[in-house]
Design a protein around this ligand. Structure first.
Ligand code: NAD
Ligand code: TYD
Length: 347
């Protein structure tokens, strides 16, 4: 019988890339995508693989313990790759409770069901986490797997908590697990609340580009398909009980990244050089804004042989081209409820 692999959050940004990667590459697995289809989950992200024989979609909410238990009892999944989460820092500042509910309690429901119905000493519970659990760096240094957790936002606090629960299930019950903590992802199918797709959308529509504070915050950016590859590598080669940091060795100050993005958009839209930059507007800073994230990814590179495949310039170019060629995808997401979110966030 084929191994049943469950990916949660597979209709979201990273999840859809991961589901596609697994469905196309691993015909020996029966792949299940479990997703509640919140505002961030979109089956349009998966139309190219939806009819594949080894792909199954389960619409379910990880905060619904009874339904999660029912599905695990029915399918007895071999392994779980858990991505379902509330993922946007700005939303977590406005509504921390829903982050605790989904990211902490939802993860616990999955751990419980996995412990109860799966062969948890043979299978693997893989928690997809973020570098934001480590808090903020100053001008120097990198996050390693040994850096202490020091989360500053409700989002990162909820992810740190769920990381701890996964580890605790390993220590307490002997459940096989791995955790990876990745830097900021970019690429196709990202919901236009995050910096890069939001700014691409605003540049197309000649809307202001709201830069928080002075724009001198630094993030380490990784192309989403490289993250999907890294997850595949950790899933198949990682050691149970270990944590792996994933990053692109690709630090950018927000303002420099935004200027690069503007220049690429000017070229593609046939606008005069400097036209899009005129849209930059400095706005009130995000409360508790982490100054700098930077990842030391040498462990996964050294021990598992993974490394990023693309330069940032190539990845950003592909990303810009994708959003311009898929404007309908973007426009479908930016009507209705999105407008309410946008007004509230940027009024
Ligand atoms: P996303 O917001 O694009 O997608 C989240 C997905 O989870 C959506 O499909 C949504 O419908 C689903 N979901 C939300 N609540 C759910 C619930 N209660 N039950 C079932 N499904 C639910 O997020 P993303 O950017 O793709 O991030 C995926 C994971 O990777 C998250 O765990 C996030 O913390 C982590 N991560 C993200 C980044 C990044 O840069 N985006 C970096 C590192 C780690
Ligand atoms: P974001 O894409 O929200 O990711 P994260 O907060 O998880 O790092 O933001 C990336 C950076 O861009 C972060 O420093 C906040 C900044 N930012 C803005 O300046 N303006 C915006 O409108 C957004 C969404 C983000």
């Amino acid at each position: 019988m084929k191994k049943k692999i469950l990916i949660t959050g597979g209709a979201g940004f990273i999840g859809s890339h991961l589901v596609r990667h697994f469905v196309n590459k691993y015909l020996a697995y029966e792949l299940y995508n479990l997703d509640a289809l919140t505002y961030a989950g979109n089956l349009e992200n998966l139309t190219d693989i939806q009819d594949k024989a080894n792909y199954n979609f389960l619409k379910a909410d990880i905060t619904d313990a009874a339904d999660i238990e029912r599905l695990f009892k029915l399918h007895k999944f071999h392994s779980v790759i858990h991505l379902a989460a509330e993922s946007h820092v700005d939303r977590s500042i406005k509504d921390p409770l829903s982050f605790a509910k989904t990211n902490i309690l939802g993860t616990l429901h999955l751990l419980e069901a996995f412990k109860k119905y799966s062969d948890y000493k043979k299978g693997l519970f893989y928690h997809i986490s973020t570098d934001e659990v480590y808090g903020s760096l100053g001008a120097e240094g990198l996050f390693t797997e040994k850096t202490s957790y020091d989360p500053n936002s409700p989002y990162s606090a909820s992810k740190a908590s769920s990381d701890h629960f996964v580890r605790a299930y390993g220590e307490t019950y002997g459940l096989r697990y791995v955790i990876s903590n990745c830097s900021n992802n970019y690429g196709s199918f990202q919901f236009p609340e995050k910096l890069i797709p939001l700014f691409i959308h605003n540049i197309i529509h000649l809307k202001p580009l709201p830069v928080y504070g002075d724009g001198h915050y630094t993030r380490d950016w990784l192309f989403v398909k490289d993250h999907a590859n890294a997850i595949d590598t950790v899933f198949h080669k990682g050691i149970s009980g270990e944590t792996y940091n994933i990053g692109g060795h690709n630090e950018w100050k927000n303002i420099d990244l935004i200027k690069l993005l503007c220049s690429k958009m000017d070229v593609h839209l046939g606008r005069a050089t400097g036209e899009s930059e005129k849209l930059i507007t400095f706005v009130k800073d995000r409360p508790g804004h982490d100054l700098r994230y930077a990842i030391d990814a040498s462990k996964i590179e050294r021990e598992l042989g993974w490394k990023p495949s693309l330069s940032f310039d190539e990845g950003l170019e592909k990303t810009v081209v994708w959003y311009l060629e898929n404007e309908t995808w973007l426009n479908n997401l930016t009507s209705g409820k999105y407008q309410e979110y946008y007004e509230r966030q940027y009024k």
